[in-house]
Design a protein around this ligand. Structure first.
Ligand code: OAD
Length: 239
């Protein structure tokens, strides 16, 4: 199936798009889960058992994101350019909790797994921007409860966010792109099958290597996202 000239695009991104910006992926060598099992730090049970450990893990990542050396790369910028210039509408869905898409100029980024720079109070449900370290004893600024604040991130066993909007976009798109994601974590890994089964849209995987769901895509381009994504965006905008 050729690249579509019209119609809407859904782009799904994962940790691989931020790798060239200096943020570790989850499963590669030196990946974030190395040394920690995901269940130790990324589940509601882990937070109930050892909130200090969970906060340390996310404090480290929040600080890293604030490091001036961490900047959006050519792939983030190319996707912002695509959304601005594409005629048919373009929805950017990310599994990433970083804010590099926003910093590259993308508006209305759908964060399926939440955001590192936000916290939520488990007592009063208030959510807010939070750029400092968080500790087990930090009181909620809204309700004053101690120990209720948690990263506004979707942990294993919790419901991913914005699924209705994403599913509707997948059901009507003409092109689905998955960039820098291993295809191991659902529901995101199942998006391509949903689009493929409709039989009316082109699907492309852009990843360093074949993902676990490579065979569900009509096309794959393997290489670093900082190179493959700007090249594809150039192609689309030249159609
Ligand atoms: P993974 O770490 O599982 O996969 C990253 C993928 O990016 C791998 O397939 C790499 O080959 C690829 N990759 C690495 N560098 C790349 C580059 N420069 N260009 C292109 N691709 C590159 O990350 P995700 O698939 O995003 O969830 O992981 C999905 C979810 O698992 C995360 O959102 C997180 C994690 O558990 C939660 O925390 C809920």
């Amino acid at each position: 199936m050729p690249l579509p000239r019209t119609g809407s695009i859904v782009v799904l991104t994962g940790a691989g798009i931020s790798a060239e910006s200096g943020l570790a992926t989850f499963r590669g060598a030196g990946g974030l889960w190395e040394g920690h099992r995901a269940e130790e730090v990324a589940t509601p049970e882990a937070f109930a058992r050892d909130p200090a450990l969970v906060h340390r893990f996310y404090n480290m990542r929040r600080r890293q994101l604030a490091d001036p050396a961490i900047q959006p790369n050519a792939a983030h910028r190319a996707l912002a350019r695509l959304a601005r210039a594409w005629r048919g509408g373009c929805l950017l869905v990310t599994q990433n909790v970083d804010d590099l898409h926003e910093r590259a100029g993308s508006h209305d980024v759908v964060h399926l797994h939440g955001e590192l720079r936000r916290v939520r109070c488990t007592a009063c449900s208030e959510e807010r921007l939070w750029l400092r370290d968080l500790e087990a004893k930090t009181p909620c600024p809204a309700c004053g409860t101690f120990g209720g604040l948690r990263p506004a991130i979707v942990w294993f066993g919790e419901m991913p966010l914005h699924m209705e909007r994403i599913t509707a976009a997948l059901q009507s798109c003409a092109l689905f792109l998955a960039i820098g994601t291993s295809g191991l974590v659902y529901p995101a890994a199942g998006f391509v099958a949903l689009v493929r089964d409709r039989g009316r849209a082109h699907t492309i995987e852009l990843n360093l290597e074949p993902s676990a769901v490579r065979s569900d895509f009509a096309e794959a381009r393997h290489g670093p996202a900082g190179t493959t994504v700007p090249a594809l965006v150039d192609e689309l905008l030249a159609l």
